[in-house]
Ligand binder design. Structure first.
Ligand code: ZN
Length: 476
């Protein structure tokens, strides 16, 4: 399967045949960015004019699914190509495990200059930055908000330092994440009047969601609409920062030889299933994220409707740039060495394994999405928990629960007919339910056999083949 790096290097060579120029890579994660709030995904507000332009020049995966609705589990999976349960990187303090190569280590090994720059407080553990020579979390210089522009500038400074050396950067933008506090001028693009008394997402709302809802908080209510305006304006703020980044790459003459991947670690809830923020559920409002591969001249502009996953990013960029990947992973290569999309249909898995919050997994095949839950807090329990989450965070330092404990809740949805996941079909589709339960069992088997306790790799069963076999019975 693997194409030799040397062959790929020649294929994408821009310089002389004797000394092919290595292409650069920039992986951009915009925290908490719902795909459906972007123009390129049909959103009615013009939140992302620059990203829309980039999307027109790139390969857009229209149905990309995050691995988790929680930053650390999701970013660990992006960096390693493994799902939380198979890598063992689970829970509140999930980090990329020592035994796995990462985005950072694989590019460093090939002689790339590597930079890891973020504006989030969530990724301070050095395990995330393994393999990166230059690491900076810009939050230390005061607050987490409005640092997008500074992040772009820091990234461009690193590119300058690299000179003619090939570089790879991981950039983590944060502004769409709460608290939503964008500049007023951007909010005024989406409203005539700024709400005089907005509700604080963390300081007020999430501690009392049922109370706010009982008083009318919801679509149409000014306080709720204000939250949407703020969130959308944060997206626009980030869109502007991304424009600066791309302008800088062009000005430095490296844009043509750089593959840029733009995605998000998860979306955000706005009461679709009764709650707010993220890292509580695995519904589509927190799983559907943008995924764009931009590399004009090498990748043809196109829109790909097949459902893909964040774990596919690492094997895809490695294949495209001729980076030796030392391990198989849970991901699939989405683009072949000639730059054509690979659109194999496979089950897509996501997980949220936070022991003091909720523990659940989902598998999606074609239109069908099955959610299997092992711990579930209702809305009131969630509000009670967040009032003293600090205490729980301390306890979560130790992962001491069975992530494969008894199943307490099951859901089955048809995403084509019911994209908002409102009709649970588990009772009306018993055979389908059984098949999807079997898929989850296969995943459990693989996860147990590849866990670090089992020595890491092991002989994991071929997930895809086994799953697809199990799914034949239901018409796939
Ligand atoms: Zn996040």
């Amino acid at each position: 399967m693997r194409v030799p790096a040397s062959a790929l290097a020649l294929l994408f060579a821009c310089g002389s045949p004797s000394e092919p120029a290595r292409s650069n890579l920039v992986v951009i994660v915009v925290d908490t960015l719902r795909a459906d709030h972007l123009g390129l995904h049909g959103y009615e507000r013009d939140t992302s004019p620059f990203l829309d332009e980039i999307a027109q020049q790139g390969m857009v995966f229209e149905n990309a699914q995050s691995v988790s609705s929680f930053t650390r589990e999701s970013v660990s999976a992006l960096l390693t190509g493994y799902l939380p349960s198979t890598s063992g990187s689970i829970g509140w303090y999930a980090t990329p495990p020592e035994h796995l190569p990462t985005l950072g280590t694989s590019y460093a090994q090939e002689g790339y200059r590597t930079g890891f720059f973020t504006t989030t407080l969530m990724l301070p553990d050095p395990a995330y930055a393994r393999g990166f020579e230059s690491v900076e979390h810009l939050v230390k210089k005061g607050g987490v908000s409005g640092k997008g522009q500074a992040l772009s500038e820091r990234a461009l400074e690193f590119v300058r330092e690299c000179g003619d050396d090939p570089f790879m950067m991981y950039l983590h933008y944060f502004d769409p994440h709460g608290p939503y506090d964008p500049p007023e001028e951007l909010m005024l693009r989406y409203t005539d009047e700024i709400h005089p008394d907005p509700v604080g997402l963390y300081t007020q709302l999430r501690k009392r969601v049922p109370e706010y809802v009982s008083k009318g908080f919801g679509p149409g209510d000014p306080l709720f609409e204000d939250q949407q305006v703020r969130y959308d304006a944060e997206i626009t703020w980030t869109d502007q920062a991304l424009k600066s980044l791309f302008d800088g790459l062009t000005a430095q003459g490296v844009a043509d030889n750089t593959l840029v991947v733009i995605t998000s670690d998860h979306g955000e809830e706005f009461l679709e299933h009764g709650f707010v923020e993220h890292a509580w559920t695995l519904y589509q409002e927190v799983l559907h994220v943008p995924l764009i591969f931009w590399w004009p001249g090498t990748l043809e502009p196109s829109r790909i409707p097949e459902r893909v996953s964040l774990v596919d990013v690492l094997p895809t960029v490695q294949q495209l740039q001729g980076i030796e990947s030392t391990e198989p992973s849970d991901g699939h290569r989405l683009i072949d060495p000639q730059g054509r999309p690979l659109t194999e249909r496979t089950p897509t898995l996501s997980e949220l394994l936070i022991q003091h919050r909720n523990v659940l997994r989902s598998v999606t095949v074609g239109p069908w999405k099955y959610i299997q839950t092992r711990k579930w807090l209702n809305l009131r329990q969630r509000t009670e928990l967040v009032r003293n989450e600090r205490k729980h965070e301390q306890a979560a330092l130790k992962v001491d629960f069975d992530p494969w404990g008894p199943v307490v809740r099951e859901e089955l949805y048809n995403l084509t007919d019911d994209p908002r996941e409102t009709q649970n079909l588990k009772k009306s589709k018993p055979e389908l339910l059984e098949q999807l339960q079997a898929v989850m069992q296969l995943f459990e088997k693989r996860a147990r056999e590849t866990s670090p306790e089992q020595g890491g790799r092991g002989e994991a069963p071929e997930l895809d083949e086994a799953m697809l076999e199990a799914l034949k019975a239901i018409g796939y």
